[in-house]
Design a binder for this molecule. Structure first.
Ligand SMILES: CCCC(=O)OP(=O)(O)O
Length: 301
């Protein structure tokens, strides 16, 4: 089981090098991460974007672009489509978000003609390495599904389970988060969590153990769960945190980065190929973590 991003990087290095199609690549931090990924033997890249701006960003970052192809497309939305088309045509294995909004890259990923739809719900899965925890923890969905209903949440869990398996977590424990630990008809997140737990009891959710609702403290802290008298196989031991909505997920993602200085990486799962998707403001290290994560998920088979 992988316990750190160093483990994830090493696992990604064991596979064959992947080719990443980067949408709007004119960003220093994106190029720094790609140069590192190239140096580690993880991936080559097709940089789709404005050629002059890509070269200028590479110059500012002190990067040689020798190992990369540039596909000149100055319009951001067209660049996103080109990057996705490179993957759907088999010329690359992963897409990466560059200097473009999440909504614009996802529009290309969901495009009926050249997109990467599978019929499944697509969802963002973040992996967090937080000081003081002996395991990697997953968080979903911080970036894509705004207010998922319970059946979408079930599919979001299944996407996260696939990523957990790629990390070597055999039977991930899933905590659907809420503000309290009891089902309360006035709090829809608690009802969804209770339904998901019952769906798991009845075998409707595969490959994981779910219990909830759980508040964040008793999802990740055995002491907090004990203190509140919660007995549950998931309490205090969660591997996957299921956010009730995008605001909770996005704030939790950014709070572990900015307050806890955690290592993080993220991808969109559920498409034909992983989409490496971080915040534009995330560090080159986070972008490298996400590339390594995308590579191991894409090589699951
Ligand atoms: C995984 C976070 C996605 C996000 O919030 O992206 P931006 O900060 O670039 O909007």
């Amino acid at each position: 089981m992988m316990r750190s991003f160093r483990d994830v990087l090493q696992a990604a290095q064991r596979g064959r090098p992947s080719r990443i199609a980067v949408a709007v690549a004119e960003d220093e931090d994106v190029l720094l991460a790609l140069a590192d990924a190239y140096r580690h033997g993880l991936a080559q890249a097709a940089l789709v974007g404005d050629r002059d701006k890509i070269k200028a960003a590479a110059g500012r970052a002190g990067i040689e672009l020798g190992g990369f192809d540039i596909v000149h497309e100055p319009d951001a939305k067209a660049a996103a489509r080109q990057a996705v088309a490179l993957v759907s045509s088999g010329q690359a294995q992963l897409v990466m978000k560059g200097l473009i909004s999440t909504a614009d890259i996802l529009r290309a990923v969901l495009d009926k003609e050249i997109g990467l739809r599978t019929g499944r719900v697509l969802s963002h899965v973040a992996v967090m390495e937080i000081d003081g925890y002996d395991r990697l923890m997953l968080l979903t969905d911080a970036a894509m599904n705004i207010a998922p209903d319970v059946s979408q949440k079930a599919q979001i869990v299944q996407n996260a389970v696939i990523v957990a398996k790629a990390l070597g977590i055999k039977q991930p424990k899933v905590a659907p988060l809420a503000a309290v630990e009891v089902a309360n008809p006035d709090m829809p997140a608690t009802l969804d969590a209770a339904i998901l737990a019952k769906m798991a009891d009845r075998g409707q959710l595969k490959g994981c153990l779910i219990d909830g609702p759980l508040a964040l403290d008793n999802a990740v802290s055995p002491e907090a769960a004990r203190h509140k008298g919660i007995t549950s196989p998931v309490a205090g031991m969660a591997d996957i945190l299921l956010a009730p909505n995008i605001e909770t997920g996005n704030a939790l993602y950014k709070s572990v980065v900015y307050f806890a200085k955690a290592q993080i990486g993220g991808i969109i799962a559920g498409a034909k190929a992983p989409v490496i998707l971080t915040s534009r403001a995330d560090s080159p290290q986070t972008k490298l973590n996400s590339i390594a994560l995308g590579v191991i998920v894409s090589q699951l088979g």
